[in-house]
Design a protein around this ligand. Structure first.
Ligand code: AMP
Ligand code: GLY
Length: 426
């Protein structure tokens, strides 16, 4: 396993539950992953170092967590060395690494998405903002860890964000039409030709309760989505997943790995907000908490082009909720080195997993914060209300100086307050 976030911690634990997996090692991991499996201090974005690590340890299968490794061509280097890999090539990873490329692919494949204008000057941005009207959506073209997007009513703020993105070398921005409707994250496991959809989840992107404050990598998630329209998953496979796979193959960059489809359920039906080319964080934590089928076998079939042999996936009938606990300062510069207390108590609770992201053990042997998102406290339950209650009890066990978390993860869904707009007749 490559990576060191809570997503990778969830993946490691799910792989260990698969009877066909004999052992797991991780690079670089974090303090929580290190408590479960051997970890190695290798840079997961360095293709040469990763291949060397795989050679040294007789690795039979590599699962790549982070986009940075994929964008750096780590999957290509491993495949060139004959390792089966879960994760797309650098060429296919452009679906996430460049939002402009993703728009071209969607346009060629006829995939429903927001209208968008790629801009290279502030004058073009101004014209596009006036064309689409408010609320304004301005996105950095390149990878920005979920923080390159601004959605705002204010034209000045939109222009200022665009100017900041354009100031980077080869800076480009996308100005988009605003999509109105609840958001869904749907993961499609792909083998180049076929896809196997996982259970949909919902993520909470903003730092504060009530969806206020700046965007983050994700502050919490839940699954299933009882309010999602019947047939949503099948529709997304047909109108998004398979057409994108065909288009990527046509371009000589077949897509193997995880295609993360971020959707808005609008009056005109589901519209793609974004693609990612790896498991989402924190949605993975709740999706895997519900998956009953062996994960290693599924990912291995994706890597080897054998998803036609995959039996139907089994899911728990219950629900899962995860609450991200972040360091003070996040999503700006996070404060690190703060001692974390209460993790063991929380982790020992029934149906609770405390998954680590930015954590490490300091010289005194204490668990301390070492990143923006620090922990992902995940709970399963018979119902969403039950899972949510368990997650927040466990969050209450844990504390450190400056810690922040949202208190409204999954609340609207528990209270039946998620409104899906009625679909216009087409
Ligand atoms: P992205 O990095 O493209 O996923 O954008 C991050 C977040 O910004 C999304 O999860 C949405 O909440 C919001 N967003 C992005 N694009 C749009 C859009 N066209 N309309 C409305 N909200 C958007
Ligand atoms: N949770 C959003 C992401 O992984 O990009």
């Amino acid at each position: 396993m490559l990576g060191g976030g809570a997503r990778e911690h969830a993946l490691v634990r799910a792989l260990l539950r698969d009877p066909s997996v004999t052992s797991v090692v991780c690079a670089p991991g974090n303090a929580g992953i290190a408590a479960d499996v051997p970890v190695f201090p290798v840079d997961a974005t360095d293709p040469v170092a990763v291949v060397e690590l795989a050679d040294t340890h007789g690795i039979e299968f590599v699962v790549i967590g982070p986009e940075a490794s994929l964008a750096a061509g780590v999957a290509d280097a491993l495949r060139a060395a004959a390792y089966p890999v879960f994760g797309p090539s650098r060429a296919a990873a452009r679906l996430e690494a460049s939002k402009a490329f993703a728009k071209q692919v969607m346009s060629a494949a006829g995939v429903p998405t927001a209208r968008a204008q790629v801009c290279e000057t502030i004058e073009e941005v101004g014209a596009a903002l006036d064309d689409f009207g408010a609320p304004h959506v301005v996105k950095d073209d390149g990878l920005a860890a979920g923080k390159g997007v601004m959605v705002t009513e204010s034209r000045e703020q939109a222009l200022a964000h665009a100017a900041a993105c354009l100031a980077h070398p080869r800076g480009r921005v996308l100005v988009e039409e605003f999509l109105e409707g609840p958001e869904v994250s749907l993961f499609l496991v792909a083998d180049g030709e076929r896809v196997v959809p996982l259970a949909p989840a919902q993520d909470f992107k903003r730092i504060h309760d009530g969806d206020l404050g700046p965007n983050t990598g994700g502050m919490g998630a839940y699954s299933p989505l009882d309010w999602a329209p019947v047939g949503l998953v099948e529709e997304v496979v047909e109108v998004v997943g398979l057409p994108v796979l065909r288009e990527m193959s046509k371009r000589g960059a077949p897509f193997q790995g995880l295609l993360y489809v971020g959707l808005a359920l609008t009056r005109r039906g589901p519209r793609v907000i974004e693609f990612n080319v790896r498991f989402g964080d924190p949605e993975t934590q709740v999706v895997l908490a519900r998956l009953r089928s062996p994960l290693g076998q599924l990912l291995f079939r994706s890597a080897t082009g054998a998803l036609d042999e995959q039996p139907a996936l089994q899911w728990s009938n219950g629900a899962a909720v995860t609450v991200v606990m972040a360091a003070g300062g996040y999503p700006g510069t996070p404060h690190s080195g703060d001692e974390i207390i209460g993790v063991d108590r929380a982790d020992s609770r029934n149906a609770v997993d405390v998954l680590h992201a930015g954590t490490r053990i300091n010289q005194d042997g204490a668990l301390v914060s070492a990143g923006g998102r620090v922990l992902s406290v995940t709970a399963a339950g018979d119902s969403l209300i039950d899972a949510r209650a368990r997650a927040y009890v466990a969050v209450g066990d844990i504390s450190w100086a400056g810690e922040q978390h949202r208190s409204d993860i999954a609340l609207a869904a528990c209270e039946g307050r998620v409104d899906v707009p009625r679909r216009d007749q087409q």
